[in-house]
Write a protein of this length. Structure first.
Length: 103
């Protein structure tokens, strides 16, 4: 598995976010100030998560989604570790979540 940063306008990220929205019946949007990570398995984007900086200097986990067929494999756990590392490297400690996690 490969975990990589993707821009908010990445088409594979958009597909994952659309799947998350359909499954959770939410209408959340991608934030341009957020940092998005995508998990890729065998060349296919299968999961995503994001963090965004908060006004107090901390970081907040904005959302997480793992395709149903890939759940139970520890992908979400690995994404959380990666997102915490990314946020800390940028000088933002992680403080919480803003929405329900889909793991």
């Amino acid at each position: 598995m490969l975990i990589e940063c993707r821009p908010a306008l990445d088409p594979e990220l958009a597909v994952l976010v659309t799947s998350w929205q359909r499954e959770t019946q939410t209408t959340g949007t991608l934030h341009r100030d957020a940092v998005y990570l995508v998990a890729v398995v065998d060349g296919r984007a299968v999961a995503c998560c994001a963090w965004q900086p908060m006004p107090d200097g901390s970081a907040e986990l904005a959302h997480m989604y793992v395709r149903p067929a890939f759940r139970g494999r520890g992908i979400a756990r690995q994404l959380i570790v990666a997102i915490e590392e990314e946020a800390l490297a940028a000088g933002h400690p992680v403080t919480g979540t803003t929405c329900a996690l889909r793991i």
